[in-house]
Design a protein around this ligand. Sequence first.
Ligand SMILES: NC(=O)c1ccc[n+]([C@@H]2O[C@H](COP(=O)([O-])OP(=O)(O)OC[C@H]3O[C@@H](n4cnc5c(N)ncnc54)[C@H](O)[C@@H]3O)[C@@H](O)[C@H]2O)c1
Ligand SMILES: O=C(O)[C@H](O)COP(=O)(O)O
Length: 531
Amino acid sequence: MTNVTTKPRVLISDKMDPNAARIFEERGCDVDVITGETPEELIARIGEYDGLAIRSSTTVTPAVLDAATNLKVIGRAGIGVDNVDIPYASGKGVVVMNTPFGNSITTAEHAIAMVMALARQIPMADVRTQAGEWPKKDFMGVEITGKTLGLIGAGNIGSIVASRALGLKMKVIAFDPFLTEDRAVEMGVEKVDLDGLLERADFITLHTPLTDQTRNILSRENLEKTKPGVRIVNCARGGLIDEAALKDLLESDHIAGAALDVFAQEPAKENPLFGTKNFICTPHLGASTTEAQVNVALQVAEQLADYLVNGGVTNALNMPSLSAEEAPKLKPYMALAENLGSLVGQLAHGNLTKISIEREGAAADLNGKPITGAVLAGFMRQYSDTVNMVNAPYLAKERGMEVREIRNEKEGYYNTLLRVTVETEQGNRSVAGTLFGSEAPRLVNIFGIGIEADLTGHMLYIVNEDAPGFIGRIGSLLGANGINIGNFNLGRREGGGEAVLLLSVDQAIPEDLVQEASALEGVKMVKALTF
Ligand SMILES: NC(=O)c1ccc[n+]([C@@H]2O[C@H](COP(=O)([O-])OP(=O)(O)OC[C@H]3O[C@@H](n4cnc5c(N)ncnc54)[C@H](O)[C@@H]3O)[C@@H](O)[C@H]2O)c1
Ligand SMILES: O=C(O)[C@H](O)COP(=O)(O)O
């Protein structure tokens, strides 16, 4: 009898350094490189593959994932994963990995190049000089020495930009909710709030992921608050800046220059900003150097092949790294821990620098490190594309977060329980969860109110006055907007007091519907959540 083992099949669907294909083959995978396909062509083909290696041009939508019946892992050769529907991939059991550091230096250097290009108007001067105009009198630049650079986002790339800018004798100020005073001092930058940055910066560079909190962070209102003559660089993500407002403020000379590497719609073959004075751009070239592309191609191929061939997990955004023995026992706890971390991260506001993770009853006997990693990864996921179970504790420490792990062997009401508590300006806020039947993670308490809920997919969290008729009103509102409710979970402090409603819904809830729900009688707070 012959024992036939089939090799895992991998599709590389974006332009990638050839080292990636070589590594896949050397590590025992069959690889196809097919770039530039339409979404329909990708959907028709994806069912054949176990692994998918991408950059930013391939968008992995629910439709792609539905068609990907054999897919086990997606690897992003780069940092930003906003082109992958991670909750949907998680629901399908597909691991999503990225390469968090391979292109950071290159992207930081591109941001600095943009600062220089704006200061001396190099692209415009080049075009007109080569056209034979010799336009010497039209190009009066500015020095960057002594100028203030405002960083929005001071993570990996932001901190490299800061170090380069300091070397160029700029003063650097930074707005980042996760930047601690100690880390700011270590980086040689001044921590400021957003308004302070807008008021003071001569140059602004953006280095955040695109999230619900950062989308449109340079809105028209914020752009109008900037110092007259400011120059703005975005090498992070389109969608962080209101492009129409940017155009108006460039035309009115309030903004002296803007350099974009990324656009709200990509590929940006047309854009209202094209042709605007003092506007320069590049076609998402931030990561495009030989060095960075070799780095990310090698890393993504090694990570994907390791997972497909050996089951090893590195830099996963939706799965813990685990040893073979611990894995089966810890797996449901990790899912619970990540969801509890994500829940407090999404609901508790302010400068959250203290978090405690309590394991009670049977959970006290488990290896606490992966559980802590999972809580912190869930907690920080909304701030960073690069956080995972492995790097979350390190990132939390670097950002000055105080993390406490508490073991309590004595069983309470549940025989096993995880409790996550953050310290906020309103006092301590805790959420807790257990496992039903040793497998199924369940939320059992939210901010002091008992509830039983499965934290999954898209959800709506509502705090309201406990009064008759409310459930009907919210059900009707969602129904009228075509939103199907999958699950309804209720909890309350005491009859007629504060009540909590956690609805699981079949699709993301748009912001305007959240606003409508907030305006319903008796509602105190509404928040759309994603797990
Ligand atoms: N142009 C390109 O080709 C290119 C290349 C690489 C990365 N990027 C983009 O750059 C982004 C940053 O990469 P990184 O490696 O520095 O990521 P990172 O996760 O190390 O840093 C992101 C920082 O943004 C901060 N942040 C989050 N929300 C914020 C908010 N509301 N206000 C201010 N700061 C906030 C986080 O606290 C974190 O410090 C990536 O997410 C990616 O989208 C673009
Ligand atoms: O997030 C990233 O890594 C960058 O946006 C790079 O994108 P690219 O790989 O498509 O150049």
